[in-house]
Write a protein that binds this ligand. Structure first.
Ligand code: GAL
Length: 336
């Protein structure tokens, strides 16, 4: 009898401990406005059933490595990691494997061969190619959808789109693929493109603001569209251009007159609230939704499935045993 009780108690204690174990969420930098939303959504959803702890690496892979090592000592139930550097995922995977703690990467995709080092390592994200292609679709719509005869947005009437690109972090998959695919998709649709400059502004509003200020110090009348790899940079570009007199003509309802010569079409990606506001006011032409809520839901659902020991093969959304992809969507306000 005594034996049975202590055995039952052990099971009870063990299950309490398992239920109490923490999910750790490691974020590369909470000052990044898109990542802030993604991180907060994951915490909100996961905290319904779990204890979750968010750790901000403040853009330092060293801090992230150290804090992950510390967390693993506590035997957490699961790690969710937004790596500072995608190549930094390799040692994280090996450490998680040694501690037998499952790990879901988000937002910055580890190399496939690194992810495959551990059968309990996963990735939830969005296909960057798709966002570039959707941005291209929006540009095509802006110029009237007919590559043989561009509309009035072709300011110099040469039937070529003169564009500037603002790129995120060099080497970041989203930055590289968005840049390549926005251009490729437009060309495949038959549009001729002249990329006047590519500025690298690390996803960051202030850096983009400074770069745009410098660039537009000299006359940029030939620019017909600005393609930004994300919204945060688009917001900085808008602020800089306002200082140079762009967006100065207003409609009666107080929005920016997009048919006036002082308007500059700028496109972003992400769909953060600040960008939607700029779309409402008419400054930002359009963006592509990088669905933070959808990605947070997919991450937490996968975490739940892993923690409950569900057969992951049965999950519809799992691709190649370890990937979950969330679609991008075009995001334009109906200005009619
Ligand atoms: C991208 C996002 C950017 C930036 C980056 C950070 O997916 O569009 O705004 O947050 O992730 O890795």
């Amino acid at each position: 009898m005594k034996k049975t009780i202590s055995f039952l108690m052990l099971i009870f204690l063990f299950s309490c401990q398992a239920a109490d174990r923490t999910i750790y969420l490691f974020i590369y930098n909470m000052e990044d406005p898109y990542i802030e939303v993604l991180g907060e959504e994951i915490v909100r959803l996961a905290s319904e059933n779990h204890r979750i702890e968010l750790v901000d690496a403040q853009n330092s892979q060293i801090i992230q490595n150290e804090t992950i090592e510390e967390a693993l000592k506590e035997k957490p139930s699961l790690l969710i990691v937004n790596p500072v550097d995608r190549l930094g995922a390799y040692p994280i995977i090996d450490k998680a494997k040694a501690a037998d703690v499952p790990v879901i990467f988000i937002n910055r995709e580890p190399l496939e061969r690194d992810l495959k080092r551990f059968d309990r390592a996963f990735y939830v994200g969005a296909l960057a190619e798709q966002s570039g292609m959707l941005q291209a679709e929006l540009v095509a719509e802006l110029f009237g959808n007919d590559p043989g005869s561009l509309n009035h947005h072709d300011k110099n009437d040469d039937n070529v789109i003169q564009a500037i690109i603002f790129k995120g972090e060099q080497g970041h998959q989203d930055a590289e693929l968005r840049t390549t695919h926005v251009v490729r998709e437009l060309e495949e649709r038959g549009f001729e493109l002249d990329i006047l400059t590519t500025e690298i502004a690390n996803w960051n509003t202030e850096i983009a603001y400074e770069a745009a200020r410098t660039l537009f110090e000299s006359d940029q009348d030939q620019v017909e569209v600005i393609l930004s790899n994300n919204d945060a940079m688009a917001l900085g570009i808008i602020d800089a251009l306002i200082e140079y007199g762009y967006f100065s003509a207003m409609n009666d309802d107080g929005t920016v007159d997009q048919n006036h010569e002082s308007w500059m079409p700028i496109l972003g990606i992400d769909g953060i609230d600040q960008a939607v506001e700029r779309m409402r006011s008419g400054h930002l032409y359009a963006t592509v939704l990088n669905d933070a809520l959808g990605q947070a839901e997919a991450t937490v659902e996968l975490a739940e499935a892993i923690l409950s020991g569900e057969d992951l093969d049965a999950l519809d959304q799992i691709v190649d045993d370890r990937y979950v992809w969330v679609d991008y969507k075009k995001f334009v306000l109906n200005t009619e």
